[in-house]
Design a protein around this ligand. Sequence first.
Ligand code: ATP
Ligand code: MG
Length: 368
Amino acid sequence: MFLKKLTLNNYRNYQSIEINLDHNINIFIGPNAQGKTNLLEAIYVMALTKSHRTNTDKELIGWGFNETTLYSEIEKKYGSNKLEIHLSQKGKKVKVNGLEQRKLSDFIGVLNVVMFAPEDLEIVKGSPRIRRRFIDMELGQIHPSYIYDLQQYQKILNQRNNLLKQHHSANDKHLNDLLSIWDQQFAQFGIKIIKKRQHFIKKLQIWIEQIHSSITNGKENLKVIYKPSFEFEQFDDETVLFNQFMLKLTKMREKEIKRGITLIGPHRDDLLFLINDKEVQTFGSQGQQRTTALSIKLAEIELIHEEVGEYPLLLLDDVLSELDQYRQTQLIETFQDKVQTFITTTGIESVNLSKLNEAKLFHVLEGT
Ligand code: ATP
Ligand code: MG
C-alpha cells in the first residue's frame, strides 16, 4: 500500500499543507524543530487515529485553533481509499471514503504503518507498559477486532477496580457476590486478549529470530517471550483458558480486596527479550538493545505483510543516522521498491544515498 497524498489543516505547526508523496522513498530534511516528526506523526495518526508520542489528542491541534483535519489518499492492491480524521475539543470523527465510521476499529487497519523512532529503544529498556502499548498498537492494526476486545476489557477492569477500591473486607458478602458476576465478564474478555497476544507474539517470534540472525551474521539468537501476568498451562483451548483464569481470580480474591486493585490480567502482561538466552533488558549492550529494537520493527513489517497481504508504510524518524553503514544499507536494500518509506533527517549526509534508486526530497521549514 502507499500514501499518495496527505493534507493537513491546523495540525501541530502546519496550518495548511498538501503534499504528494513518492511511492518509494520520501526524505524530509530540515533543521531541528521545523516539523519533520510532526509529519511522520500525522501519517501514523492516519493509520491508528492516535499519536505515537502522546495519548492526548488535543495536543495535535495547532496552537490557537479549535480543531484539526487530516486527510489522505491511499493506494492499495485492490483500489484506493480516502481517509479523514477530524479532531476538536469535543472529540474525534473518522471517515473512510467520505462515510463516517462510528467505531474506530472500522477505520484502523485501512492504512498500516510501522514507525521506527529513537524512543523505540524503550520497548526493550523501558517499563512493561510500553511493551503492552507496542503489542496493542501493532495487533490492533492487523486485527481491528482486538481493539474492541481491549476497550471492553478496560471498561470492565475500571469498574472492577472501582468496586475493589470501595470495599476492603474480604467477608463482605455483597462485594463477593458482585465480584463473582464481574469476574465472569472480566475473564471472558481477558482470555480473548491473552489468546490474541500469545498468537501474535508466536508469529512475530518467527520473523524476529530470522531477521536478527541475519543482521548479526548468525552470531545472535533473539527470542521474544510472552509473559502473561500468571502462568497458563496452555493457550489453545478457550474453555481451559477461561477456567484457569477464573481459578486464579478466586485464589487472588482476598489479596485483591486487601490491596483494593485488580492484580492479574492482561493489563499486567509483559514481554521478555533474550539474546542467546540472556535477558537483553538486563545484560544487553547498548548496541544489542538497539539492534533488538530494529529487529522487532523489521519483523513487524514482515508480519503485517504476511497477515494483511500488503506491506505497511515505514516511518523512520531520526534513526538512519544511528545505524552504521552496514545496517543502513541492509535496511534500504531490503525494503526499497517494496515498502513506501519516510525518512526524517537534519542532514542529507547521514543518509546513504548511493543505495537509493529513487527518492523525493522535501525541505521542511517552520511548518511548510
Ligand atoms: P527535530 O529535528 O528536533 O526532531 P522536528 O523537525 O522533528 O525537529 P517537530 O517535532 O516536528 O520538529 O516539531 C516542530 C515544532 O512543532 C516544535 O517546535 C513545536 O514547538 C511545534 N509544535 C508542537 N505541537 C504544536 C502544536 N500543537 N501547535 C503548534 N506547534 C506545535
Ligand atoms: Mg523530530
